[in-house]
Design a protein around this ligand. Structure first.
Ligand code: APR
Length: 227
């Protein structure tokens, strides 16, 4: 089976009712990144940060995977599919994808604020002040904030390097190091990009200008020639 690597972003979950970040009406229009998504914000105003992620988590519990997520999961029948996602939702997993690497953390998890390797599942939607790790420190959302390291990138690099087919879906490619992964795709490897809007890329891609649901269906047809 050919190794098919997918880099996904907020756009794949848009049809599930989750807002993207940088589209019109996106989350970063409503909220200031510096007030909710940085370690400094957590220091300054933890209540606001906690509420922001609790709200996101509450919303996620009411969302379902869409045709795009299911379509990518179904590709496992014919390909060795690896999903590298910038999303913190669990919709790829709920659709049945078996290899999902989260670059930016996971909304349904919390982690210790003194040991980043201590990670806990959050029961329900609410992480509370007073929820502590085994070292008695307050738990924080398991989210990679702006200005923080992206440790999972180390695991992503060899996956991208070994890709035989590469697909980018639903990301504006604005945020590094995730956006830079495209540069690690080997020369000659076919690259597909699914997005209803133009995305700036410097490499040669087959652009499927559709939302993820329809776009993944078109991709499936395109991939027939690589079976
Ligand atoms: N299907 C596919 N793509 C879509 C859809 C859809 N239904 N709707 C919108 N898009 C596209 C947009 O055109 C845009 O190119 O999805 C992309 C979303 O881009 P961003 O909002 O910038 O999201 P993303 O690239 O995932 O952001 C990266 O930024 O704020 C941080 O940590 C956050 O992981 C996030 C990172």
């Amino acid at each position: 089976m050919k190794k098919l690597v997918i880099l996904s972003g907020a756009g794949i979950s848009q049809e599930s009712g989750i807002k993207t970040f940088r589209d019109m009406g996106g989350l970063w229009e409503e909220y200031d990144i510096n007030e909710v998504a940085t370690p400094e914000a957590w220091e300054r105003n933890p209540e606001l940060v906690m509420r922001f992620y609790n709200d996101r988590r509450k919303q996620l519990l009411g969302c379902e995977p869409n045709k795009g997520h299911y379509g990518l999961a179904a590709l496992e029948k014919d390909f060795d599919v690896h999903i590298i996602t910038q999303n913190v939702d669990d919709l790829h997993e709920r659709a049945g994808s078996s290899k999902v690497l989260h670059l930016h953390g996971e909304l349904k998890k919390a982690r210790s604020s003194v040991d980043e390797n201590l990670i806990y599942d959050i029961d329900g939607w609410e992480l509370k002040f007073g929820d502590r790790c085994k070292h008695e420190s307050q738990l924080r959302p398991h989210i990679v904030w702006f200005g923080e390291q992206v440790p999972a990138i180390e695991e992503a690099l060899p996956i991208v390097h070994d890709a035989e087919i590469f697909v980018v879906v639903g990301t504006s490619l604005n945020v590094y190091p995730a956006a830079g992964l495209l540069n690690y795709v080997r020369r000659g490897v076919p690259v597909f990009l699914i997005d209803p809007n133009p995305v700036d890329v410097y490499s040669k891609v087959t652009f499927i200008k559709e939302k993820a649901g329809k776009g993944v269906e078109i991709l499936k047809n395109e991939l027939k020639k690589y079976l």
